[in-house]
Design a protein around this ligand. Structure first.
Ligand code: HEC
Length: 116
């Protein structure tokens, strides 16, 4: 007599694998529109955009932009989650920096000028 669960477990694993492929990725894409709202609510009053796009800017990669966003967020005690920091970093990147941004943070070609 076959074990009552034979066949069930492999099927469950296959189904889970399929769900993993079709479901949302574990690290969600950042949302620049949310980032813009967060930034304008908490950061826009202090520096205008010249901080981000003059030639002396220092953030030379998306990681550096994100590090600075995380830094300001901590100093200002925004309470932003890491996901919200990502939203803001990708918003600033889309708008000003145009550094390469790979999936999963930026699905598809990202620095194409959402805000142009
Ligand atoms: C107290 C005023 C002030 C506030 C509030 C402020 N910033 Fe800034 N920010 C500055 C100044 C001044 C600079 C330029 C000097 C520097 O890089 O520290 C700067 C620079 C930056 C840079 C780096 C620019 C570059 O490429 O070098 C980022 C990114 C940034 N701010 C993000 C934020 C975010 C996100 C917030 C909101 C959580 C915020 N800032 C709030 C004053 C402020």
């Amino acid at each position: 007599m076959p074990h009552p669960f034979s066949g069930t477990i492999p099927a469950a694993i296959a189904a889970a694998g399929l769900l993993g492929l079709l479901g949302p990725p574990a690290a969600a894409a950042a949302d620049p529109a949310r980032g813009r709202a967060l930034y304008e609510a908490r950061c826009g009053g202090c520096h205008n955009q010249s901080v981000h796009n003059d030639s002396s800017r220092k953030a030379r990669s998306l990681d550096e932009v994100r590090a600075r966003v995380a830094n300001f967020s901590a100093q200002l005690k925004t309470g932003w989650t890491p996901e919200e920091v990502d939203h803001v970093a990708v918003y600033l990147n889309e708008r000003f920096y145009r550094h390469p941004c790979d999936p999963p943070l930026c699905p598809g070609a990202s620095t194409g000028g959402l805000f142009r």
